[in-house]
Design a protein around this ligand. Structure first.
Ligand code: DAH
Length: 348
């Protein structure tokens, strides 16, 4: 090929490229087309191999023609790629968004069943004028036992198998009753508190966990009577179980109350009427379930906290909240509360 023929071929390649790239609409294809013409073994390079065969004076003209074609190809490629970006941006802008589409549910956490039950219990008592009081889980022997009229060697200590921390003076509280003592030491009547919190006992089976939750109640004022105690408890169980339930106060002994009573409520499963042909597994056919202890504050306790027993009377109660949750949701093993299994927890 002479110089003119080479130049004509180069020009033709330029045209050919423009035609080839014209319909292309994706980046990969455009770059491949460019390589097909300008790559090391591309069409333009193939033609330029003949450059060496030309007379020296002819070479610059052909070189210029080759550069022109290269430039055309490069510019056209860049423009095509630019177009692609613009088209994509336009498509983004034009895309219709359905703002009425419901959002994907956010996989949020939730309150633990026992937290829910505790908050609900507090809410119900607060409607009756009780406020929340708090105390430490690591307690002294004095607040937990002595001040509640349970001296060392008292047989009632056997009822609460205690975890001791140092010696026999510092321990994990076995009940929330020491909060009664702490409250009466720092407040003067009228007192109306509830104290929810965890307590610890050396106990472990299907219905007992070494750590569990109680809620303690205490009211001290002039003329507080046993009838007030019963009214508060009836209100609580009826609100908590969302139906009218009877309460039964069964005479019992707790060293820090006199008289003392165990609190039974009508079975919330069979509503106090056990089925004749099957067995109510919750109340074992008695129609009643035990939910806690209660009574009138013993004058000996008032003496420990320097409240005048001639002037004031008070009632106190303590209930197990896991038991409340069990009765309400039909959960029959206390382990479920503390295993942290989401399949259980997510149901509440
Ligand atoms: N503290 C007792 C327990 O854990 C329960 C109790 C009984 C609390 C009688 C009271 C009460 O306030 O008056 O076994």
């Amino acid at each position: 090929m002479n110089a003119n023929e080479l130049i004509a071929t180069l020009d033709r390649l330029g045209e050919e490229f423009l035609a080839a790239i014209q319909p292309l609409a994706d980046e990969q294809a455009i770059r491949a087309a460019q390589a097909q013409f300008l790559g090391k073994k591309g069409k333009v390079s193939e033609v330029m191999k003949d450059l060496g065969k030309l007379a020296a004076g002819d070479r610059p003209l052909v070189g210029q023609a080759a550069n022109r074609v290269k430039q055309v190809i490069e510019e056209r490629t860049a423009a095509k790629l630019d177009d692609l970006v613009n088209v994509a941006a336009q498509a983004d802008l034009a895309r219709k968004v359905d703002v009425t589409l419901p959002a994907r549910p956010a996989g949020g956490g939730r309150l633990h069943l026992m937290t829910q039950v505790r908050l609900e219990a507090v809410q119900i008592f607060s409607e009756l004028g009780f406020v929340v009081a708090d105390g430490p889980q690591i307690e002294t022997d004095w607040h937990t036992f002595e001040a509640l009229a349970i001296p060392k060697e008292h047989p009632a200590r056997d009822m609460q198998d205690t975890f001791y921390i140092t010696g026999d003076e510092i321990l994990l509280r076995t009940h929330t009753s020491p909060v009664q003592v702490r409250t009466m030491l720092t407040q003067t009547p009228p007192i109306r508190i509830v104290a929810p919190g965890v307590v610890y006992r050396r106990d472990d089976d299907a219905t007992h966990s070494p750590m569990f939750t109680q809620i303690e109640g205490l009211a001290v004022d002039k003329d507080i009577s046993f009838a007030d105690l019963k009214g508060v408890l009836i209100h609580f169980v009826s609100r908590f179980f969302q139906r009218d339930l009877e309460i039964r106060l069964r005479p019992s002994y707790f060293p820090f109350v006199e008289p003392g009573a165990e609190v039974d409520m009508q079975c919330s499963f069979c509503m106090g009427k056990p089925p004749k042909l099957s067995t109510c597994r919750v109340c074992k056919q008695t129609g009643w379930v035990e939910i806690g202890g209660s009574g009138m504050v013993d004058p000996e306790v008032f003496a420990h906290v320097k409240i005048d027993a001639e002037k004031y009377t008070g009632f106190a109660f303590g209930m197990g909240l896991e038991r409340m949750a069990m009765l309400r949701h039909g959960v029959n093993d206390i382990k479920f509360y503390y295993e942290g299994d989401l399949r259980f927890l997510e149901q509440f």
